[in-house]
Design a protein around this ligand. Sequence first.
Ligand code: SF4
Length: 118
Amino acid sequence: MEKDFVCIVCPNGCALHAVENDGEISVTGNRCPKGEEYAKAELTNPVRTLTTSVATVFPERPVLPVRTSGAIPKGEIKNAMKAVNAIVVKTPVSCGDIVCANFMGFNVDLLATDDLRA
Ligand code: SF4
């Protein structure tokens, strides 16, 4: 299996080429080891940190920006967005507060990335 990626770990955006042969993955195009790590993960278990917003009950602040505290499987992003759309924040929160603990059972929390005052 062969696959091309653009490394998103840093702004350099290196063009990576990964080749999997008998379980061994070789990566070219990376300017640093992080690119190799990224390409191997993309080939075997791609993950993403989810950054989005949730609804609130406060008319003057109807949405609150949130992100997951860690990466979740890329293939679950669509389901994660459905779960996010079902969340409504009903109390004030501070930046960094947990909006949803153990989000979707992925062992990461959904965190507020801004303050929400009543
Ligand atoms: S391979 Fe290294 S230098 Fe290139 S984009 Fe990825 S992290 Fe940045």
